[in-house]
Design a protein around this ligand. Structure first.
Ligand SMILES: [Ca+2]
Ligand SMILES: [Ca+2]
Ligand SMILES: [Ca+2]
Ligand SMILES: [Ca+2]
Length: 378
């Protein structure tokens, strides 16, 4: 009489949560929650007694994998806008991207210069030559050598990475402010050697055996340029012009080097004499470079340019060249084919306009560069 002996029936559910593919002890999840892909298994048990003997029955097990709840935070990682000079190259703004997803993700990075009303009143310029780099050595400072990755690779749940935007500021006196926005897009992780493709939210019914993707991000700017649940986040900073110009001057001096009678000994400015002109360009604004400094000088009447006599980079003291010999600095070719190594100074002579030109790509604040050329008196 089995039925008569059944005095009590209990249903007790016991849940077992096992990490996918491992037998590791269960650990408390981080802020992002239980890791996506974790298998959650549940088995029910019935226990009862028959004629005082304890019995039990076990149900079939059911399980599902935890789906991916995608979220991220993009924030600024500096206290104020970046202060720059007009014409400044390689100006840096710093951001932080935090992975609030319950799993490891890649993050693709892009920028926008769409003006943000209210946030950057007075935005009247765009920066150029924009590059994005991840802080490879995690020191919060941009370095050319170590911070080279252009996307965030395999960022663990609850971890964050610093991102730099590096850009050139135009050389425009009226420039005031350039707002720039970093946009981070969640992409598939799992391949340490490659950039993942952007994730898409799963729209089909849940599959217990598949890690579906659910976007849980917000509208990060609250201004309508981002939206909620799009797998993107953004933050903005400004490049703010604080140095509008540099104090740049150019000075010219001359020296009779030789004449046909006295030669090099106390030469005079008689016909046939060789005269050396010296141009010294000086940037007196310490800390702010001047870019693409171009010097031009038309050969004066009653003189003839001495072929291939331009040289650049001679030592200058104040406004005059220290060089008293035939040349100083690096000799250039009249056709512009010679460029000074590393400094990239260049120059040329245009015979039809009788114009000497010299170009200095970067004249650092507090420095001078001298250019020399020679003529003979007709
Ligand atoms: Ca760094
Ligand atoms: Ca990857
Ligand atoms: Ca699923
Ligand atoms: Ca969003």
């Amino acid at each position: 009489m089995y039925a008569k002996g059944v005095i009590r029936t209990l249903l007790a559910g016991t849940a077992a949560i096992v990490s996918a593919g491992t037998a590791m002890a269960q650990t408390a999840p981080g802020l992002a929650g239980t890791a996506a892909g974790t298998t959650v298994t549940n088995t029910a048990q019935a226990s009862y007694s028959v004629n005082g003997v304890q019995q039990s029955a076990t149900s079939n097990a059911v399980s599902f994998v935890v789906d991916r709840k995608v979220n991220l935070t993009v924030s600024t990682n500096q206290p104020a806008n970046t202060q720059v000079a007009i014409g400044q190259a390689g100006a840096v703004t710093t951001f932080r991207v935090t992975n609030n997803t319950n799993g490891t993700q890649d993050f693709l990075l892009s920028t926008s210069q769409t003006p943000i009303q209210g946030l950057f009143a007075g935005d009247n310029l765009d920066v150029s030559n924009i590059k994005i780099f991840v802080d490879g050595n995690n020191n919060g400072t941009y370095e050319v050598g170590s911070d080279t990755a252009t996307y965030i690779n395999e960022l663990a749940a609850d971890a964050s990475a610093v991102v730099f935007i590096v850009a050139d500021v135009p050389n425009t006196q009226s420039a005031a402010l350039a707002g720039i926005t970093l946009i981070a897009q969640v992409a598939a992780g799992g391949d340490i050697a490659a950039q993942g493709t952007p994730l898409a939210a799963s729209v089909a019914l849940n599959d217990d055996n598949i890690v579906d993707v659910v976007f849980a991000d917000n509208d990060s700017d609250g201004l309508g340029l981002d939206t909620a649940l799009n797998g993107q986040g953004r933050a903005s900073l400004g490049y703010e012009i604080t140095t509008r110009n540099v104090s740049l001057s150019v000075a010219k001096s001359q020296l009779v080097l030789s004449d046909p009678v006295n030669l090099l000994v106390a030469p005079k400015a008689i016909p046939g004499a060789v005269v050396q002109y010296c141009l010294v360009v000086n940037n007196a604004t310490t800390g702010t470079p001047a870019s693409n400094v171009t010097l031009t000088d038309i050969i004066p009447a009653n003189t003839t340019y001495v072929a291939n006599s331009i040289s650049i980079g001679a030592i200058a003291l104040g406004n005059s060249c220290l060089v008293t010999g035939i040349t100083g600095g690096v000799p250039l070719a009249d056709n512009g084919s010679v460029t000074v190594p590393l400094l990239l100074y260049s120059g040329s002579y245009n015979a039809s306009t009788k114009t000497v030109s010299a170009t200095i790509p970067t004249l650092l604040g507090g420095t001078s560069v001298a250019a020399l050329f020679r003529v003979t008196i007709n």
